[in-house]
Design a protein around this ligand. Structure first.
Ligand code: ADP
Ligand code: MG
Length: 529
């Protein structure tokens, strides 16, 4: 219904129509993800053209896989991606807020309030919110708080009974790789393995490569591993070096083959001379090289993805060399042992006992790919939350409590304003209530009752009163440990406001002749890559 609103080439949609049309599209996107919000949210089943399915509760995954044509709707999808990139969680919240800001702005447009007034009011409200959020946030007290943040992120994501276990894995992982409270999430590798129950998922203090040794004659375990990381292919005729040879006699051919053999053998000799007993190669390895490596008792893996190579370098201290000929013994890394293990459907290579395990692995197991994928998404959200929490050590209470308090405070702020912007600030304030309303609605509770109760609790000074969906009561969620990083909220509100303002300022949608250079990315918005 929304897609055919894109004008045909040469056409344009002007003024009010353009605005309403964009608002409608953005609202449709927000409505789509709304039912997934919170622990009692439902999942979506996405089916692609080839019949592959994804079952998920994750806002950004849903939007990413939906075919969305409308330009304004695409802008909304972009904020989910920014949220995902900046924090890793809160995507549904960000999209819903943007949709609600626009819906409420429409009411003001109906009252003939000019978009510039609305956008100005929204900007004021956003700035005020950022300050209020900081005031309302509290400092992380202990590791227990971090565990609760991780659990809150995973509540309702299909691993309810294993939340505590995963929270522990996630917090431990982040604490190990963090330096000065900064976490590079690429240091935590998530690997999935089909074939065992989810509860056998584990944190592995090493690197797990989703590949087996290339030749069964190679040893399956190497103790005191000395590891070489090589970029180039160990083949004679890589596609890039293909050369034509002309052979005119059997002797010549034999000669040539002998030469080739000698060359490949010398590669292995060279590897051996450095002292390496394990090699990871980013490209291919010739069959003959495999054979000689096996004979020398060297463990080898080929076609190792670049990110794995980087993690291996980090964990083992090896230096990645681009050419085999450049390698020196000092480029080798070290690990206690390297072992091929098969405890799921496929064998994997474990690089264990690293000296400086600044890169590690969360191994997620599960019975089916759908289960594993959804667990993985939940773990990724929680990892993002923990990283964000460590950065500034600030958390806020969840279950809609922070939104209600913000809404209240923003209404107070609005009452101090005189101009028409006041109305916009009020609409912004009431948009915040969309979060607790939806949490209640998705849990089958009466949203009006809940809203009334929540407002009353906050009027009575219970700043952290929110919906506790473990018992469906209104309680102090800071005490309950239903907590989220401050950054989830500041980021969601900032990007939702930004996109709402951008959409409100558009009064003309023109079909451009040529593809726009930056492929429609929103150049002026912060945080876009
Ligand atoms: P998002 O993509 O925005 O993170 P989620 O589906 O993860 O969406 O839902 C997050 C919302 O669920 C937050 O507002 C959070 O406070 C709320 N929430 C999480 N756990 C609970 C709980 N036990 N009770 C009430 N609300 C909860
Ligand atoms: Mg979430």
């Amino acid at each position: 219904m929304v897609e055919n609103i894109v004008p045909e080439e040469g056409n344009r949609i002007l003024g009010k129509d353009a605005q309403r049309n964009n608002i409608l599209a953005a609202r449709v996107v927000a409505e789509t993800v709304k039912t997934t919000l919170g622990p009692k949210g439902m999942d979506k089943m996405l089916v692609d053209r080839t019949g592959n399915i994804t079952i998920t509760n994750d806002g950004v995954t849903i939007l990413d896989e939906m075919e969305i044509e409308h330009p304004a709707a695409k802008m909304i999808v972009e904020i989910a991606k920014t949220q995902e990139k900046e924090v890793g969680d809160g995507t549904t919240t960000a999209v819903m807020l943007a949709g609600k800001f626009l819906e409420n702005a429409e009411k003001l447009l109906d009252m003939k309030i000019h978009p510039t007034i609305i956008t100005r009011g929204y900007r004021w409200a956003e700035e005020k919110s950022q300050g209020l959020l900081k005031e309302l946030s509290v400092k992380v007290g202990s590791k227990e708080d971090l565990l609760k943040v991780a659990e809150t992120a995973m509540t309702g994501k299909g691993i309810e009974y294993l939340k505590a276990k995963f929270a522990q894995i996630i917090v431990d992982a982040v604490e190990i790789v963090a330096e000065n409270n900064k976490v590079n999430l690429t240091d935590i590798q998530i690997i999935s393995q089909k074939g065992q129950a989810i509860e056998n998922s584990e944190l592995i203090q090493g690197i797990v490569i989703d590949k087996e040794r290339i030749n069964l004659e190679m040893p399956s375990r190497i103790n005191e591993a000395k590891i070489a990381l090589i970029e180039e292919s160990l083949e004679i005729k890589g596609p890039e070096t293909e050369a034509k040879i002309s052979v005119s006699s059997p002797d010549q051919l034999q000669n040539f083959l002998n030469q080739e053999d000698a060359m490949l053998r010398s590669k292995v000799e060279w590897i051996k001379s450095t002292g390496a007993n394990v090699i990871f190669v980013q490209r291919g390895i010739d069959d003959l090289v495999q054979y000689y490596l096996a004979k020398e008792g060297i463990y080898a893996i080929r076609r190792v993805p670049k990110t794995d190579m980087q993690n291996l370098a980090k964990a083992t201290g090896a230096k990645i060399v681009s050419k085999l000929s450049e390698i020196a013994p000092s480029d080798l890394g070290y690990s206690g042992y390297v072992e091929e293990r098969k405890d799921g459907e496929e064998a994997m290579t474990y690089v264990m006992g690293c000296k400086n395990p600044k890169a590690l692995t969360i191994l997620i197991r599960g019975g089916t790919e759908h289960v594993i994928d959804e667990v993985k998404r939940a773990v990724e959200d929680a990892l993002g939350d923990i990283a964000a929490t460590l950065k500034d050590s600030k958390i806020v209470s969840g279950g809609g409590s922070i939104e209600i308090e913000l809404s209240r405070k923003l209404k107070e702020f609005a009452s101090e304003l005189n101009g028409r912007e006041r109305l916009a600030v009020e609409e912004f304030a009431s948009a915040m209530e969309f979060i607790p309303i939806t949490l209640a609605e998705n849990a089958g509770m009466d949203p009006i009752d809940i809203l009334t109760e929540l407002r009353a609790a906050h009027d009575a000074g219970m700043k952290n009163a929110g919906l506790n969906l473990f018992n469906n009561k209104i309680e102090d969620n800071l005490v309950n440990g239903i907590i989220e990083p401050l950054k989830v909220k500041t980021q969601a509100i900032a990007s939702a406001t930004e996109v709402a303002i951008m959409i409100l300022r558009i009064d003309d949608v023109i079909a451009a002749k040529k593809p726009i250079g930056n492929s429609g990315k929103l150049g002026s918005m912060s945080g876009y890559d």
